[in-house]
Design a protein around this ligand. Sequence first.
Ligand code: FAD
Length: 272
Amino acid sequence: MIPAPFTYKRASSVDEALDLAAQAGEDGKFLAGGHSLMPLMKLRLAVPETLIDIGRLSELSYVREDDGHVVVGALTTHDELARSDLLGSELPLLAHAAGQVGDPQVRHCGTIGGSLAHADPAADLPAVALALRATFRTRGPSGSREIAAGDFFLGLFETALLPGELLTEIRIPRPPSAGWSFQKFTKRGIDWAIVGVAVQGANVALVNMGATPVRAAAVEGALASGMGPSQAAAHAADGTSPPDDLNGPRAYREHLARVLVRRALEESAARA
Ligand code: FAD
């Protein structure tokens, strides 16, 4: 439970963080809220030689409007998302889901950028980002770029971020439909989702139904063809590959997905 030795550097600006990351090379890692990285380091599943602490970069902590989008700084904590008036009125799906992450301590330390960059398929916000058709703005050694959420999650704990590339901002277009729902099935309130569902209008994304957060493409297709919530939800597990672990066998998760997607579509329709 004690991490391997590492060098600690604290960045006081985005530019400095990028410089430090470039110096550290492939053995460096950004440290944001530390609530995913530190547990991995204590288990020695992650052994970075250099930690670049970006946790005090207040310039990356904000929620505001920009050019028809709601934009969120990568260092914004889950608690700040949950309490944001702008998100509450414009993107209640994100505010509500952030309020379901872990417990108060996790929500006060953990950041949206850390959650997305960590790319745990059991995490809540990656699936929410898919349902909201978010785009991620990054800065790295080769400059800035924008990556669609659908192109960002490549595999288990694997993203399109390059070594030394910093996720700086999440950009979310105003959703065409007001209907939304977030369903999270857990054994205890503070647990990770055994299965979760994020719905925004006709966009449906699943938590913990594969190696990455996934869009429920078969459900979206069924809705587009005119099926109602019950019929469409019957396709929730189509094309997914959920884990088979101590929290539940694969067939149990497939069943949960169908039940939760139906509930989510019904709740979303009632809110639209
Ligand atoms: P860190 O742990 O600091 O970093 C995680 C990874 O992302 C590291 O590899 C780091 O290098 C990288 N990184 C961080 N920020 C950036 C950036 N801006 N650019 C590029 N790379 C970056 N999550 C849920 O979704 N649902 C839950 O129910 C839940 N429950 C939890 C319960 C507990 C007890 C704990 C400890 C965590 C839980 N989490 C849960 C995870 C929590 O949301 C984490 O805070 C989050 O996943 C990671 O955010 P962080 O800021 O702590 O990132």
